[in-house]
Design a protein around this ligand. Structure first.
Ligand code: ADP
Ligand code: TRP
Length: 321
């Protein structure tokens, strides 16, 4: 199965991104053809500082390689290195009724949050459709917020195919209901826009500080505690196996320890979990040229596919003459 995933390099990666998306992608490398790219053109809609965007792109690439994206198995590239996507974006724009975009929740939400309503924000779903259709993607794993964008991509593909012949594969989206939303330190969905994240590769001191801020109830030290509703437990659960989890539950039931102890424990299990990845990250951080070479090699492979597809599109639409 051809699995296609795009991630915006628009901030530090947090453990919600890891369990909700990155880990799933990495696990699928064994069984599927994974196409993973860093959507830096999309990130431009929110990151307007040029230097920051370029740093975030390298940072995300470094993080992904450290976490286990294997460039031997997976096609891994940066969106802007395959410029065919911008050509397709224009072609697809001809087939995109304004109404599709006017109805997009993501656009309306972003404008409501104060992001300026410019054309790139409005036409964001068309570029996303171009990403997906250019590679004949079969399955696109997404969060719930992206379902509508996938529907728009399918609608545009249907219109194109009706007009010009059967060119584009209709992509399916996949929402994994099993991975519950990872809560942030305040118990709401962990998201960089809410400032409640625990970063995967943060400094130890800063992670400790963040974990200390996790919101809990005020049950006293000498009373048993509820783990089902506890944010510390919900986060620790991501890192613990069955035995570890049962032992942790026992600590909640047994009076004598407070949430401060549980927070220290959460820090320790999380720090251990990411230790091998951190070590790998140090290697890539010290070898940024290697990271760049991997991205360029990935782009070369992606471009070969994109160019072939665009030949057909150009010929069908009359752009080729
Ligand atoms: P953010 O909300 O921090 O801006 P993004 O929207 O960039 O994160 O999400 C990138 C990917 O990570 C998406 O596939 C999304 O589904 C996943 N993701 C983000 N936050 C969470 C979370 N709290 N729980 C599970 N998955 C998440
Ligand atoms: N819009 C997606 C997000 O915010 C990122 C993205 C861009 C994407 N192009 C894509 C995701 C193509 C899947 C396929 O998460």
């Amino acid at each position: 199965m051809k699995v296609f995933a795009g991630i915006q390099p628009s901030g530090d990666l947090h453990i919600g991104n890891y369990f909700g998306s990155i880990k799933k992608m990495i696990d699928r490398q064994e069984s599927d053809d994974v196409y993973a790219f860093l959507a830096n053109y999309h990130a431009m809609t929110t990151v307007t500082d040029g230097q920051r965007l370029s740093e975030l792109t390298m940072q995300a690439a470094t993080d992904f390689l450290a976490l286990g994206i294997n460039p031997e198995k997976t096609m891994f590239w940066v969106q802007s290195d395959v410029k065919e996507v911008l050509e397709l974006y224009w072609v697809l724009s001809q087939l995109t009724p304004m109404g599709f975009l006017e109805r997009a929740h993501s656009y309306k939400d972003k404008v409501a949050k104060g992001i300026s309503a410019n054309h790139s924000l409005f036409s964001y779903p068309v570029l996303m459709a171009a990403d997906i259709l250019l590679f004949d993607s079969e399955v696109v794993p997404v969060g719930k917020d992206q379902i509508q964008h996938l529907e728009i991509a399918r609608d545009i593909a249907v219109r194109f195919n009706n007009e010009y012949g059967d060119i584009f594969h209709l992509p399916e989206y996949q929402v994994d209901d099993e991975v519950a939303t990872v809560p942030g330190i305040d118990g709401a969905k962990m998201s960089k826009s809410y400032g409640n994240t625990i970063n995967i590769f943060g400094e130890e001191k800063s992670i400790q500080k963040t974990i200390k801020k996790i919101v809990t109830d005020t049950t006293a030290l000498d009373e048993p505690k509820e783990y089902e509703s506890c944010n510390i437990y919900a986060l620790a659960k991501l890192f613990l196996d069955k035995n570890g989890l049962e032992a942790f539950e026992e600590r909640y039931r047994t009076p004598g320890e407070g949430y401060g102890h549980f927070k220290l424990y959460l820090h320790d299990v999380m720090w251990e979990y990411f230790r091998p990845y951190r070590e790998k990250r140090e290697y890539y951080a010290a070898h940024q040229d290697e990271v760049r070479d991997i991205l360029k090699a990935g782009a070369l492979k992606a471009r070969a596919i994109a160019q072939e597809k665009m030949e057909t599109v150009r010929s069908k639409t009359g752009i080729a003459y």
